[in-house]
Write a protein that binds this ligand. Structure first.
Ligand code: PMV
Length: 314
C-alpha cells in the first residue's frame, strides 16, 4: 500500500485580488491534512474510490465526469501514461474542514496525485511526479469546483512552502526570516469559493474603477507583506493583515461572524487579524506570539469560533 499526505493552507494576503492578477501569499497548514492510499486490487479490472469521511465507495467508471476525485485520478494516470483499466483501490480521508478556505479540495487531489505517483514509481514505471506536475494536475481539477481558480491553492499545497503567487505568471517560494504563529479560527459557516468569487466579479463589473483601485492596494499589501516576512518584521505583518482586512470589507466579503472573530482576536492581543480565503464564512487568521496565543485562542472561542488551530509559519 502506498500512502501520501497533503497539508491544508491559508491565504495570508491577497485573496480575491489574486483572481484579477495581483500577487498573493499563502502558507501551508500542517496541523490538518488529507491522506490518500493506493492499493493493488488483485484480480480487479478497474478502480474503486473510497471516500472514507463520507463512507462512500464507487467505481471510477461509474462516476460522473464532474466528480473531482475521478478527475484527479484520470488526469494523473494519463500523465503517468497508464490506463484506468487496472485493479486499484484508492482511499481518501481528510482532517481539513471543507469549504472554509483551508484548501480541502486541493489537498485531497494533491494527496491522490502524489499517492498514485509514488505507487507507480515503486513499481518502477515512472520517475517521481514533481511538485510542479502535481500542482498543474490539481489546478485542472480545481476548475471543477471553483470555476476560475487563481491557482494559489494547488501551488502552496503541492509545494508545502510559503508561496508568493501571481496568477498565470509566477510562483516564488520565499524565506521566512523569523518564524511566526497564526491562530486560525473557524466561523463554522461553509462558504463555497465559487459563489464568493462570482459575487465579487459582479460587483467589479458594475464598478470597475473602484474595485481595481482596491485590488491594486491589496496587491501592494501582499508585496509589502512578503518583504516584512523576509525581513522578520512581524509587527508590520500584523499591521498589513489589518489593512488587508479593511480592504476585504470594502469589497463585501466579510460578514458579522468574521467581524466578531477579527475583533475578538485583536482584543485578545493579536498583532493583526483578517478574514482568510473567499470570505463570507470560513476562517479568520490572527497573528499571535507564544505569549498571546492562549489568550487570543480563548477570546476567539468565547466569540463563537467553532475551532481554533495555531500553526507556525516557517
Ligand atoms: O479557497 P479559498 O477560500 O482559500 O479562497 C480562494 C481565494 C480566492 O482568491 C477568493 C479565489 C482564488 O481562486 O484565488
Amino acid at each position: 500500500m502506498t500512502v501520501a499526505y497533503a497539508p491544508g493552507k491559508v491565504i495570508l494576503f491577497g485573496e480575491h485580488a489574486v483572481v484579477y492578477g495581483q500577487p498573493a501569499i499563502a502558507v501551508p497548514v500542517t496541523q490538518v491534512k488529507a491522506k490518500a492510499t493506493v492499493e493493488i486490487d488483485p484480480g480487479g479490472q478497474g478502480i474503486t474510490i473510497i471516500a472514507e469521511d463520507t463512507e462512500q465507495s464507487y467505481f471510477l467508471e461509474q462516476a460522473s465526469p464532474d466528480d473531482a476525485l475521478r478527475a484527479i485520478v484520470v488526469s494523473t494516470l494519463e500523465h503517468i501514461g497508464v490506463g484506468t483499466k487496472q485493479g486499484l483501490t484508492i482511499a481518501v480521508s481528510s482532517t481539513i474542514p471543507m469549504a472554509r478556505g483551508l484548501g480541502s479540495g486541493a489537498a485531497v487531489s494533491t494527496a491522490i496525485a502524489r499517492a498514485l505517483g509514488n505507487h507507480f514509481q515503486n513499481l518502477g514505471s515512472v520517475h517521481p511526479l514533481s511538485s510542479y506536475v502535481i500542482s498543474d494536475l490539481v489546478y485542472e481539477t480545481e476548475k471543477i469546483h471553483h470555476g476560475t481558480p487563481s491557482g494559489i491553492d494547488n501551488t502552496v499545497i503541492a509545494f508545502e512552502k510559503p508561496v508568493y503567487f501571481v496568477k498565470d505568471q509566477k510562483m516564488e517560494i520565499f524565506s521566512v526570516k523569523s518564524p511566526f504563529l497564526l491562530a486560525i479560527a473557524d466561523t463554522g459557516i461553509a462558504s463555497p469559493t465559487k459563489i464568493a468569487v462570482s459575487h465579487v466579479r459582479r460587483a467589479w463589473e458594475r464598478e470597475r474603477e473602484k474595485y481595481e483601485e482596491i485590488f491594486d492596494e491589496i496587491g501592494t499589501i501582499a508585496e509589502m507583506g512578503r518583504q516584512a516576512i523576509e525581513q522578520g518584521e512581524i509587527e508590520t505583518v500584523g499591521q498589513l493583515m489589518n489593512e488587508n482586512h479593511r480592504l476585504l470589507q470594502l469589497i463585501g466579503v466579510s460578514s458579522p461572524e468574521l467581524e466578531g472573530l477579527v475583533e475578538a482576536a485583536r482584543q485578545g492581543g493579536a498583532l493583526g487579524a483578517k478574514l482568510s480565503g473567499a470570505g463570507r464564512g470560513g476562517n479568520i487568521i490572527a497573528l499571535v506570539t507564544q505569549e498571546t496565543r492562549s489568550r487570543v485562542s480563548m477570546m476567539l472561542r468565547l466569540a463563537g469560533a467553532k475551532e481554533v488551530i495555531v500553526t507556525e509559519v516557517v
